[in-house]
Design a protein around this ligand. Structure first.
Ligand code: SAH
Length: 346
């Protein structure tokens, strides 16, 4: 069986190679790339500046995939959750967060997740499979198609949906290359953020291969004892190694590492924790995202009190840390952090 190539798996240099392998000129790749990502072409038929011959030839060796949303739910705050059927019985969810006309899309990188963080719903499903580059890019393109109906564009991409992006770097790196390519999705590298639970060797690889995107690290605990318990990855890469990798991450210009900190009521939300957090990250150019725990069925953790959030936030602000407390968005449709499950049917 000859299998056709999904062109959405190929960043521009790989598409050039693919075409050259078929004896075609290199500049054709840029034309086709623009058709796919800028014109949203779904077939070769549409590519009118390409000869009919080449188009016919391409249909024999290649295709252009798309994702269609199986369901779209809209929360009271305008957050929209998309469930994408991947066609093999699996599905992933992505979330559109419109804040004052600046659309942020939170995308998934895996079906399920192998990291098993104790507080995260996705983590309870274990890893089913990695998403392909095309499936990662297609989440953005399907949502872009939707927002363009209102004359809007997507501004920010955060890889904070289902899965651990650094556990699927072979597909995530080409996907990000397509996102930030001036002939591709044309997103600014400043507006693409990859979030990791702390896979240290992969953080180093990311820094080498994609040094210009933003790095977010889900810290969530300030002692190895607690982090070992709630994030098993810490047993492999303890805090000392993780912070070292953050320190050495090649950040362009004045950019900072975002430290995400899920506040679990009564577990990691005291001022002692805030103090330790400050000490831990002080050698890294940093900003902090506090995320009040979003409760979900079957999980015993509780959200922190408003007082605990305020006290933690104020402690850091008073010490000149840039802190944002993420307001929980899309909670009513289970679209908030840690609530994605991506299951088809009931
Ligand atoms: N695997 C990556 C990205 C996915 S999780 C990572 O760990 O960073 C995205 C963010 O949601 C992480 O910071 C994670 O700690 C947080 N999160 C997971 N479950 C949550 C929950 N129930 N409530 C609040 N935040 C949660």
């Amino acid at each position: 069986m000859t299998s056709k190539t999904d062109l959405k798996n190929l960043p521009l240099p790989a598409l050039e190679k693919f075409l050259q392998g078929q004896g075609k000129e290199r500049f054709r790749a840029t034309q086709i790339f623009k058709w796919i990502y800028q014109q949203d072409a779904g077939s070769f038929e549409e590519m009118t500046n390409i000869s009919k011959e080449l188009r016919t030839e391409l249909t024999k060796t290649a295709y252009i995939s798309r994702l269609e949303a199986e369901t779209v739910e809209e929360g009271t705050d305008g957050t929209r959750k998309y469930l994408f059927n991947l066609g093999d019985g699996h599905a992933v969810e992505s979330v559109l967060i419109p804040i004052e006309g600046r659309n942020t899309v939170c995308i998934s990188s895996q079906v399920g997740c192998a990291m098993a963080c104790e507080f995260c719903l996705t983590g309870t499903f274990s890893l089913t499979r990695n998403l392909t580059t095309a499936e990662i890019v297609n989440q953005i393109m399907a949502i872009r198609h939707d927002v363009r109906k209102n004359g809007e564009e997507i501004r920010n991409i955060v890889m904070m949906g289902m899965g651990e992006p650094l556990h699927n770097l072979d597909n995530v790196i080409p996907a990000v290359q397509i996102m930030i390519d001036g002939n591709g999705l044309q997103l600014s590298n400043r507006r693409v953020t990859i979030s990791t639970c702390g896979l240290v060797p992969e953080m180093i690889r990311l820094g080498q291969e994609l040094p210009n995107v933003n790095l977010a690290v889900s810290l969530n605990a300030t002692t190895d004892e607690l982090r070992n318990r709630i994030m098993p990855v810490n047993r492999r890469y303890p805090l000392k190694d993780l912070i070292k990798a953050c320190k050495e991450f090649p950040l362009p210009g004045r950019r900072k590492v975002t430290f995400e900190y899920v506040m679990l009521g009564g577990i990691n939300d005291s001022l002692e924790d805030a103090k330790r957090l400050l000490r831990l990250i002080s050698d890294v150019p940093n900003k902090v995202n506090l995320i009040p725990f979003n409760e979900h069925e079957g999980c015993d953790f509780r959200a922190p009190t408003q007082e605990a959030i305020d006290a933690f936030h104020t402690y850091l602000i008073d010490r000149h840390v840039t802190v944002i407390t993420r307001d929980s968005r899309g909670g009513d449709i289970s679209a908030a952090c840690g609530q994605l499950k991506g299951k088809l049917g009931k």
